[in-house]
Design a binder for this molecule. Sequence first.
Ligand SMILES: Nc1ncnc2c1ncn2[C@@H]1O[C@H](COP(=O)(O)OP(=O)(O)OP(=O)(O)O)[C@@H](O)[C@H]1O
Length: 684
Amino acid sequence: MGELTTLNMSSPVIKIKGIGEKTEKDLNKLGIFTVSDMIQHYPRTYDMHEPPIPITELVEGNIATIEASVLNAAVTKQVRNLKIISCRVKDYSGVLTLSWFNMPFLKNKLRMGYHFIFRGKVVRKNGVLVIEQPAIYTREEYIKKMNVLQPVYALTSGITNNTITKAVKTAMGLLDFSKDYLPRRIVKEYELMALKGALQEIHFPKDKENVAKARQRLAFDEFFQFTLALQALKEKKNVLTNQFRFSKGEECSTFIEKLPYELTKAQKRVWQEILTDLTGVKTMNRLVQGDVGSGKTILAALALLFVGVNGYQGSLMVPTEVLAVQHYESIREMFLEYGLTVILLVGSMTQAVKRKTYEKIKNHEVDIIIGTHALIQEKVEYDNLALAITDEQHRFGVRQREALFNKGIQPHVLVMSATPIPRTLAIILYGDLDISVVDELPANRLPIKNCVVDTGYRETAYRFIAGQVAEGRQAYVICPMVDESETIEAENVLEYTEKLKDALPGSIAVEYLHGKMKPKEKNDIMERFAKGEIQVLVSTTVVEVGVNVPNATVMMVENAERFGLAQLHQLRGRVGRGKYQSYCILVSGSMGKDTKKRLEILNQSNDGFYIAGEDLKLRGPGDMFGIRQSGDMEFRIGDIYNDAKVLMLANEAAKSLTDKEISTIYEENPVLAQKINNYDIGTL
Ligand SMILES: Nc1ncnc2c1ncn2[C@@H]1O[C@H](COP(=O)(O)OP(=O)(O)OP(=O)(O)O)[C@@H](O)[C@H]1O
C-alpha cells in the first residue's frame, strides 16, 4: 500500500495510474495539473441512457439507442490502416448498418440472430444513416445503465470523457478522505453531505437528488474557503495604519462649488465617507457601488484631487484604454487650475513613451496617473502613492489590486463598481472592503424611455435617430452579434455601418468601433464622438464600460436577445447621462415568450438592482447570469445568485469558527491552507 498513500491532493496528475506524459500535457490544457484539479474537474452535465427508439426515428447527429437483432454476421474491411467491422441489424421498424473501427474481436460477438442494445452517434455515410462505434449492451446491462447518470466533462483534444472518468475514479479510490476538513459540528449543523460522498456523487451520482446535495456541499466549501480567504485578507489590511498626513482640503470644497451641477445627497454622503477614511487612523479599503451613471467618477476625481494637493501621488486604473483616455482627458482639464499634472499610461504606448512616463512617475514630476493594467507593471515605480483607485473592478483580479497596493507604501484603496449585486451578497463577497452606495441618480435625469421591437422596426428606428441628430443629439447602435470570431465581428460592424450610412441622410457622420481596431484608432473615434464630430457610432460592446458622452440620447441594440440583462443595462447606461430625454431601442431577432419576458424587465425598469433580482427569478439553476459571463466571479461550482442561500450559510459558518478551529483546519490541511492563502478572490 506504500505507493497508494503517496497520492494526495497536491500530487501531479501524472501520479494517477494510467496517466502518461502525453495525457498529462493534454490535461494541463484543461487547467488540470494536480490530483486536486482532477477531482475538481466537475462534470459539465450528466448523460442519461435513454430508452431505445425505433430505427426509423433516428436523427442525424444525435446519440441514440436502438434495440435490434443482428441480420447478418459482421464483416471486416481493411481501409488503409483501419480495420472496419460492420454489420446490419434490424428492429420492427427498419434496418440499419453499424460500424466499428479497429475492434475485430467484435466479430465473434455479433452473430446472426443475436439480440442487443446499441448506443452511439448517428451519422450520415454515403447518404444513409448509420451508427458509428456504438456501445453494445445486453438488455439486462442496459436497464441497469438506464438509471445511472453518466458524467459529461469539459474536454480538449487528446482527452476523452473516458480518460477523465477513469482518472477521477482511480484518484478517488486512492485518496485518503477519512477526515473531513470541516469541523464536525458544521457538517452537522448545516446538514452537509460528507466531503468524500459529495465528490463521489458529483462525479458518479446515484440520482439527481444526490447531485443536488453534492453540489450544495461543494458550493458550500467554495464559499466557505472564500470567506476564510477574505477574512485573512481583511486581517492583514486591518492592521495597516494610515501612513499619510493630509493638511489641506479646501481645494475639494472649491472644486465641488465650481461643478456645473450640485452633488446628489448620495454623492455628498459617500464623499464624506471617503474623506473620513483618508484622514482616519487606518488605511482605506472601500468599495463604492453605484448604478450606471450615478456619478462615481466625480468621487474618484475628488479623492485624487485631495491626495494630489497634499503632495502625494494618486492613481486610477480602468479596464479599457478607451476609458483610460476618457478619464485622463477630463481629469487633466479639471485639475489644471489646481496645479496638478496628470499623466496617461496604457499598454499601446511605444516603449520610448512608456520609459519617459515611468521616469516622470518615479521623479514625482506627475501627481495623478491614469491608465490600464499598465499601471501595475513591474517597471512602474511610484513616488509616495497615497491612493490607488480601480474603476469597474470586476474586470480585475484581487491579485492585480494587491499588486498596485504593493507599489506604494500602503496606499489607500478605493474600488468603484457599477455591478448591481444586492447588498446582502455584496457585504459577503466584498468582505475585505467597506461599502458605500451611491443610491441616487442626479436630479436632472429624465428616466430613459425604452422599447422592445422586432427587426421590422429598424427603418422607423433609423428615422428616429435621424430626428435626434437633427436636434443636435447623438446615438449608439450596437451591432448584431456574431459568435465566430472577432475578425468576423469586425467585418460585420463594417457592413452594418455601410448599410446605416445608406439609410441615414448623407449629412450624418456615421463611424464604427470594434475590438480589432488599434487602440489609437479606437481612442480617436471615441474622442471624435465625444466632441460631437461623429453623430452615430456603430459599435460592438466595446462601449459597454463607463463610456461617458452625455449628449448621446439613443442606444439601439441589435440582437438584444443575445445579451445578458446586466450587460444590456450597462449598454443602456451609456445614454441618459445628461439632461436630455434618452431612449433605448432593443431590437430582438427572435421574439419567443422567454425573450419577451426577459427584455420586458428592462422595458419596465431602469434600476440595475431590480433588474439583477428579476433576472435571477427568471433563470433556472445552472444558467449563466450576464454578470458571471463577464468574468466576475470564478467559482467552479457555486453560483452567487442561484446559490445565494448557500453563500450566506457558508459565510455564517466560516464566521462562526473559533480561532482554535481555524488553526486546526490550517494545521491539518496544509494544501488547503496554501490555497486559501493564495486565493485569487474570484476577480473581485
Ligand atoms: N450630481 C450630478 N448632477 C448632474 N450630473 C452629474 C452629477 N454627478 C455626475 N454627473 C454627470 O453624470 C454623468 C455620469 O457620471 P459618471 O460618469 O461619474 O457615472 P458613473 O457612475 O461612473 O457611471 P458608469 O458606471 O456608467 O461609468 C457625467 O457626465 C457626470 O458629469
